[in-house]
Design a protein around this ligand. Structure first.
Ligand code: MCA
Ligand code: AMP
Length: 507
């Protein structure tokens, strides 16, 4: 099935009807669409070493500079590669080695800036810095030499995400893929130019990049970047200025806890203010029914739960109008076909469990530089999500878990247990290690590691192993607990039995 996608996000943002509207805001300033385009045009020229199709990586905190750089990259018809501000050098360098960017844009105020600058230059990339707050940004639209805007088929975005094995892979989406993802959501969730979203999500993943930021810009709406501290979020949600909020279940749990611990007058103010929101959305991980109920009790809103993946954008969503069923992720979004199949790829009847497959113009085009992985991810033109699900009454889908026990979702982030194990095997005191995700009230799942000490004079503590991991892995990939054991439970072929490792933590 194909949906005609004739425009792209960069073309859409230049709609003269949006020009004077607020595009981006933070706690000190607002940027109109004209100002944002002016800054993007300035970046288009500054990024001159890069040609169409080149990758441009950028380490810039979520906010107006981040968005201007991203749009400047697209104005050159280059591929945007967002880097995570929370990642240590080893993770950032993996992306540089894999994506081979021509240019790397770096905010010098960030902690990893100087190391990344050296790493980028050592790999032959040009580096550019973003202006510091004391340098007044170019605010007027400077047209510069005309350039053809990116075409729908041009590659647009390379997002790195963990697979079942090895290091994270780059998921490449074209402008057409993105436009299909955005139009499905803006239609389904009723976005208009009057919306203002409070954005507290990271911008190196689809949730923050597409669902929150790109949908706002596509609609001529305002995107406000704010701090993620629960009390600050509550104050903004209750301000009467915000219409939309999206986050992961962990964040809703934290907001609920903050509300419960607040004094009575503050609670009343937050609840009364938040009742005026238009929509609150949860995704990236299963939303527990009690969190949905408690949020409804506090704000009067039934969280809209949806399901998606970096490779496909959003595929399933509870409705804007109509029943939002707890424990379910709703129905296929406009333009998406979703089915449940058995192990041989045959669709199963409603109610039966199987793998979720998706076919849609939203689906990504390739894993960067990994043709075999790309081929293996599709069966007869359908993308195999690796998630288990079933279809219930009224066609509502349920997610029943991952097919691979080695994929863990913690606080909305996907982590490959095998990748974490591989990193820890490089520790001189670790002979062997097995990483599992255990159910956890706040994180959904939390990483734990059972490990076998090598023959070393001193066995490191769990805190030391955690600190060691944080220097090498993204913070959410570092196990929260370490359990030393004389051996790991293994089957006849030597494969570690993860179910038994899980039980080790229950003892
Ligand atoms: C931080 N830590 C974590 C996580 N985040 N540990 C496990 N899981 C995590 N997700 C570590 C920190 O390093 C810290 O360690 C300790 O846990 C507590 O950190 P804290 O300051 O409380 O965390 P935070 O910085 O406030 O972050 C929590 C968070 C964040 C806001 C929930 O994890 C987050 O932004 N999650 C959203 C991720 C997301 O956008 N996912 C979308 C991808 P220590 O105490 O030792 O210092 S999925 C996607 O895009 C698809 C398409 C989809 O469906 O949406
Ligand atoms: P990522 O690869 O980081 O984009 O994460 C995508 C994965 O998040 C999916 O394959 C699902 O396993 C999970 N996911 C996203 N939304 C939901 C949801 N509403 N319920 C359960 N799992 C979800």
């Amino acid at each position: 099935m194909t949906t005609a996608i004739r425009t792209t996000l960069p073309a859409r943002i230049a709609d003269p009807a949006f020009a004077r509207r607020t595009a981006l805001a933070d706690d000190v300033s607002q940027w109109s669409y004209t100002e944002l385009l002016g800054e993007a045009t300035a970046w288009r020229e500054r990024l001159a070493p890069a040609e169409a199709g080149d990758r441009i990586a950028y380490l810039v905190a979520p906010g107006r500079h981040h968005v201007a750089v991203q749009l400047g990259i697209w104005a050159r018809a280059a591929i945007a590669v967002p880097l995570a501000v929370s990642h240590p050098p080893r993770e950032l360098e993996h992306v540089l080695d894999d994506a081979r960017p021509r240019v790397v844009v770096i905010d010098p105020a960030l902690p990893r800036a100087s190391r990344l600058t050296a790493s980028a230059r050592a790999r032959g990339a040009a580096t550019l810095t973003v202006p510091q707050p004391w340098v007044r940004a170019a605010r007027r639209h400077r047209p510069g030499p005309r350039r053809a805007p990116p075409r729908p088929a041009d590659p647009a975005l390379l997002v790195y995400t963990s697979g079942t094995t090895g290091r994270p892979r780059g998921v490449l989406a074209t402008h057409r893929n993105l436009a299909a993802q955005i139009t499905a959501l803006t239609a389904a969730w009723g976005w208009t130019a009057e919306d203002r979203i409070l954005h507290t999500l990271p911008l190196h993943h689809v949730h923050g990049l597409v669902n929150a930021l790109a949908c706002a810009l596509w609609s001529g709406a305002a995107c406000e970047f704010g701090p993620g501290a629960p009390a600050s979020v509550w104050d903004r949600l209750a301000s009467g200025e915000i219409t939309l909020f999206m986050s992961v279940p962990t964040v809703y749990k934290r907001l609920i806890r903050e509300w419960e611990e607040a004094p009575e007058p503050t609670r009343r103010r937050w609840s009364r203010g938040a009742a005026g929101l238009r929509l609150t959305v949860s995704g990236s991980a299963p939303l527990p029914a009690d969190t949905l109920e408690r949020w409804r009790g506090i704000t009067g809103h039934t969280l809209l739960e949806r399901y998606g993946m970096t490779e496909i954008g959003m595929a399933l969503s509870n409705p804007l109008a109509g029943e939002r069923r707890p424990g379910h992720v709703g129905l296929p979004l406009p333009g998406a076909e979703v089915r449940i199949v058995d192990d041989s790829g045959r669709p199963v009847p409603p109610g039966r469990q199987g793998e979720i497959e998706v076919r849609s113009p939203q689906v990504f085009c390739e894993y960067w530089g990994r043709p075999d992985d790309t081929a293996a991810a599709f069966r007869d033109g359908w993308f195999r999500t690796g998630d288990e699900g079933c279809v219930g009454e009224g066609g509502y889908f349920r997610i029943l878990g991952r097919r691979s026990a080695d994929i863990v979702k913690t606080g909305g982030y996907k982590v490959s247990a095998l990748e974490v194990e591989e990193a820890y095997r490089a520790h001189p005191a670790v002979r062997d290690v097995a990483v599992v995700g255990l159910p956890h009230r706040e994180w959904g799942e939390q990483l734990r590691a059972a490990w076998v000490p090598a023959d070393v004079p001193r066995v490191p503590s769990g805190a030391e192993l955690r600190a060691w991991g944080k220097e090498r892995l993204a913070p959410y990939k570092v196990p929260h607990r370490f359990l030393a054991a004389p051996a790991l439970p293994a089957g006849a072929m030597g494969k570690v039995r993860k179910a038994e490792v899980r039980r080790m933590f229950a003892r």
